[in-house]
Each structure stands twice: as C-alpha cells, then as structure tokens.
Ligand binder design. Structure first.
Ligand code: ZN
Ligand code: ZN
Ligand code: ZN
Length: 269
C-alpha cells in the first residue's frame, strides 16, 4: 500500500522544443490571440501540501517559476537530456541561494552523463565561478518507485526514438512526454491511471521520436484513463480547431492548466 497525498499538478509548458509561437513563423497558431496557443517548453509541477516537484528544467524554467511564484522547490525530476528539457538547469542556482542547500535531482545515469556534458562548468570543469554554479544532489534512478517528501514517484520507462526516457506516475496521474513507444511492461505500470498527460506532436507526418495525434489516441485507448491531455504540442495544432476534432475524454493541455487529485491509499502499480 502506497499512500499518495492530495496533489495539484500544473502544466508549466505544453509546447514542443521550439515553443509556440515559433520564432519567425506567421501561421494561424503562431499568430493566434488564444492564450492556449502560447506554449512554453514542456514541464509540469507536482505539489502536495508540503512538497513541490518540477519535472524538467526547460529553457523557460525561469519564466515558469516566476509565473507560478514558486518560492520553494524540493526536487527536480528529469525525463531525458534533450535541450528543451534541461537548458534552464543553471537557474537552479536561485533555489540554492534561497534554500541554502543543493537541489536534489532525480535522473537516469544516461541522462546524468549527458547533463554533465552540457553543463561542464557545473560538474568540476569551471575555470571561473563568477555568479556561482548550480549545486545539485544527484540521485540516479531506474524504474523503482521512490519518495520525494510525501509524494511517491513511479518512473515509467519509455522510448523516444532510440533513446530510453522516463515518464512519471504520481498516484493516479502520469506524465509521459517525449515518447513514441510505451511497451507492455510500462503500460502495466500505467494501469488504472485516471489522468494521463501524453506526448502528441501533430497530426502528420509521422515523427521518428514523438507520437502523432492518431498514435497518441490509440495509446490513450489502451491505457483508458478517465481523461487524457496531450502535451509537447507543435504549432501545427491550433488549440480550438484541434479540440473540436478530439473525443471529449481527450483534450489538448495548455500552459497553466491545473489539475487536482484527491489522496489515495494505494496505486495500481
Ligand atoms: Zn522535448
Ligand atoms: Zn507557426
Ligand atoms: Zn526529447
């Protein structure tokens, strides 16, 4: 029996790697005045009454933390090392200053190896430390469930093209971004989830590392959550037009969307 406290999950960013609007694009989505067509890079925040977790530090991490007025951050989870998921890493410094301690980060070994290559100065190779370097407490994870404060975290192994990445399940909500393959074992780990946040880049053409909308719909139909929200959305998908075509239990996520989940005494995995 794993107790999961009541959780609030906030979509901090729902865009693909470029963000939406995309630089120098004048398409209908990029010029839309609908606030739901403004998408920062993909991330979520998961909060209990005592614990706050962010999944990935995107290039928009600073803006996302300012917009949500996040004055306390207990840990960062990383899905994988692509730049749209790590490039705000340096801004962890602000929490180092405020909280006067290293930030716990949870990631796979391969993700850590790549994070080190991308931020050499933070891992022993700084030639000069002017504004300080991000201080982190590294936790290497695999698929075992672990706790951050009072929140149990179930990693969900997935493939993103050839790259092994992690989704995360928190009680009855799961976040599965940057994937185009969720295997049988991980589908079982997702069994019984009520809310699924799932990668869906665009309708077509098929992509080598992300689900398209039809592929993501098929995955959602396998997992059968009560509601699925698509994320990592490209500018090909205008919010209002796309939602009009989707079944009512499948929606497009948007930046700032906040989901509330009651506490549960056990999770299906
Ligand atoms: Zn991505
Ligand atoms: Zn565009
Ligand atoms: Zn990626």
């Amino acid at each position: 029996m794993v107790h999961t406290p009541a959780l609030t999950v906030t979509l901090l960013g729902t865009g693909t790697s470029t963000g939406v609007p995309t630089i120098a694009c004048s398409c209908a989505t990029c010029t839309s005045t609908d606030i739901r067509d403004k998408r920062l890079r993909p991330s979520i925040m998961v909060q209990s009454s005592t614990t706050t977790i962010v999944v990935d530090t995107t290039p928009d991490f600073r803006q996302q933390m300012l917009m949500t007025n996040t004055t306390k951050l207990d840990a960062v989870l990383y899905t994988h090392h692509h730049i749209d998921h790590i490039a705000g890493f340096d801004d962890i410094r602000c929490y180092n200053f405020k909280q006067e301690k290293a930030m716990p980060i949870y990631l796979m070994q391969e993700t850590f190896d790549n994070l080190k290559r991308s931020f050499l100065y933070a891992f022993g190779y700084a030639t000069q430390i002017g504004g300080g370097i991000p201080q982190v407490e590294v936790h290497i994870i695999d698929e075992q469930t672990f706790m951050i404060g009072d929140i149990p975290v179930q990693p969900i192994p997935m493939l993103h093209g050839n790259l092994a990445v992690l989704g995360f399940r928190f009680g009855n909500i799961a976040y599965c971004t940057d994937t185009n393959y969720i295997g049988e074992h991980s589908l079982r780990l997702l069994s019984g989830v009520e809310i699924l946040i799932l990668d869906a880049l665009r309708y077509a053409p098929q992509h080598s590392t992300h689900y398209t909308v039809p592929e993501a719909i098929a995955v959602a139909e396998q997992i059968q959550p009560q509601i699925t929200y698509f994320t990592h959305i490209a500018h090909n998908l205008k919010h209002s037009d796309t939602e009009a075509q989707l079944p009512s239990h499948i929606r497009l996520a948007y930046d700032g969307l906040t989901l509330h989940l009651p506490s549960i005494s056990a999770q299906a995995s």
